[in-house]
Design a protein around this ligand. Structure first.
Ligand SMILES: NC(=O)c1ccc[n+]([C@@H]2O[C@H](COP(=O)([O-])OP(=O)(O)OC[C@H]3O[C@@H](n4cnc5c(N)ncnc54)[C@H](O)[C@@H]3O)[C@@H](O)[C@H]2O)c1
Length: 338
C-alpha cells in the first residue's frame, strides 16, 4: 500500500483557520493539489485568516472557495464539482468559553455543518474523510492519560458536546454507508499564526501590553500542548491511510471503517510553568489575577498517544519552551514588537 500524497487532490475545510492553513502548506509541499474552503467569519480578526490565505493563494496548486458549511448543499456542490480524493474537515466553531454565550453558533457550524460534510461524503465518495474532534470530549473524566477507549459521557461545555456528537454521527455514517473516516482529538494546538482566542496568545498579548492576566482555578490547570507542525505531520501521515483492517489501532468498532486518535504531546504542563516560560521569552513580568475555575473548562488534559504511534509511527514530542519560542518570535514580527 502506497501512502503518498503526491498528485492527490485534498479538500480542506477551514483552510483559512490556524490548523487548516498550516496543513494546506504541508499538503502542497508533498505535491498534492488542495482545494480550500472557509466562510472567513469574524469569531476572531479575519485579517489573520486573510494573512494565512495570502501565501497559499500564490501557489498554483491551491484554490480557495468561500463556503458557509451550514448552508444546505453548499459544501456538497463544491465536493461534487472538485471530486477530491481525500477530505480533511477542520472548519468548526471552536472555543470552549464562547460556547457558553453563543450556543447557536455551535449548533449551526458543528452539528448542521458536520451533517453537510457527511451527506456530501455519502453523495460523492472519497478515499478517506478525516475530521477534527477535540480533547474536550473527555470532559470531567479523571482517569489520565486520556485514552480513546475511555467512556466519554461527561462533556462540560456545548463545544465538547458538539464534538462528541460529530464522533457519533461519523460512526453512524461509517456503519450505514461504509464511509472510511477518522476523527482526531486534538489537544491544545499552539504555534505561529495561531488562534488569538487561546490562552498562550492572550497571555503573550497581555505580557507585551502590561495588562492583567487572568489565571483560572488559581493556576491548578494542566494542558497537554501540541505544536502545530506536529499536528500537521500526524494529519499528513494519516490522510492517505484510510481504515482498512478490523483490528487496527484506533478502531471504534470492528465492523465499521471509523477510527479515533488522540493527537497530543503526552506531557501535561501546569499553567504556572507555561506562564513562567512566556515571561522568560517575552522578558516581561506577569500582572497576574487569580480567579476560580471558569464554567466549561476542564482541570487537566493529557493524551495517551499509543494508538496514534502504532498507526503512523509518530507522536508529537516538541518541548513547550521550544514551540513557544517560535510562537513568540512570530508574534513579535507579526505585531512589529521590537
Ligand atoms: N486549535 C486547537 O487547539 C484545537 C483543539 C481541539 C480541536 N480543534 C479543532 O480543530 C479544528 C481547527 O481548529 P483551528 O484551531 O484551526 O480553528 P480556527 O478557528 O482557526 O479554524 C476554523 C476555521 O473554520 C472556519 N469556519 C468556522 N465555521 C464555519 C462555517 N460554518 N462554514 C465555513 N467555515 C467555517 C473559520 O472561519 C476558521 O477559519 C476545529 O474543528 C477545532 O474545533 C482545535
Amino acid at each position: 500500500m502506497i501512502h503518498s500524497l503526491a498528485g492527490a487532490h485534498v479538500l480542506v475545510t477551514g483552510a483559512a483557520g490556524f490548523i487548516g492553513a498550516a496543513l494546506s502548506h504541508r499538503l502542497l509541499a508533498e505535491g498534492a493539489r488542495v482545494t480550500g474552503c472557509d466562510n472567513l467569519n469574524a469569531y476572531y480578526d479575519p485579517a489573520l485568516k486573510h494573512a494565512r490565505l495570502e501565501p497559499l493563494a500564490a501557489h498554483p496548486n491551491f484554490t480557495f472557495h468561500r463556503v458557509e458549511l451550514s448552508e444546505s448543499g453548499a459544501l456538497g456542490a463544491l465536493w461534487r464539482e472538485s471530486k477530491p480524493d481525500y477530505v480533511v474537515h477542520l472548519a468548526a466553531q471552536a472555543g470552549v468559553r464562547y460556547s457558553i454565550e453563543h450556543p447557536r453558533a455551535y449548533a449551526a457550524s458543528n452539528l448542521n455543518g458536520f451533517l453537510e460534510v457527511l451527506e456530501a461524503a455519502r453523495e460523492t465518495p472519497v478515499r478517506h474523510l478525516i475530521y477534527a474532534s477535540s480533547s474536550s470530549v473527555y470532559g470531567a473524566n479523571t482517569k489520565v492519560p486520556f485514552s480513546e477507549r475511555d467512556p466519554v459521557e461527561q462533556p462540560v461545555s456545548l463545544y465538547a458536546a458538539t464534538k462528541r456528537s460529530n464522533e457519533l454521527m461519523a460512526q453512524t455514517y461509517a456503519h450505514l454507508y461504509r464511509i472510511p473516516v477518522t476523527g482526531l482529538r486534538f489537544f491544545t494546538v499552539y504555534g505561529p499564526m495561531g488562534r488569538p482566542d487561546m490562552a498562550y496568545w492572550g497571555f503573550t498579548r497581555a505580557l507585551f501590553a502590561g495588562t492583567p492576566i487572568k489565571v483560572f482555578n488559581h493556576g491548578n490547570v494542566w494542558r497537554d500542548f501540541t505544536y502545530i507542525d506536529e499536528i500537521v505531520e500526524a494529519i499528513a501521515r494519516l490522510t492517505p491511510r484510510a481504515p482498512e483492517e478490523e483490528d487496527e489501532p484506533g478502531r471504534v468498532a470492528p465492523a465499521t471503517p471509523h477510527r479515533l486518535f488522540n493527537i497530543g504531546n503526552d506531557t501535561p504542563v501546569k499553567v504556572d510553568e507555561f506562564l513562567a516560560i512566556l515571561e522568560r521569552l517575552t522578558g516581561k513580568k506577569a500582572n497576574r489575577i487569580d480567579l476560580p475555575m471558569q464554567p466549561g473548562d476542564v482541570e487537566r488534559t493529557w493524551a495517551d498517544v499509543s494508538a496514534l504511534r502504532a498507526a503512523i509511527g509518530f507522536a508529537p514530542h516538541t518541548l513547550l519552551e521550544d514551540g513557544l519560542r517560535r510562537f513568540v518570535e512570530w508574534y513579535r514580527e507579526y505585531h512589529q514588537i521590537r
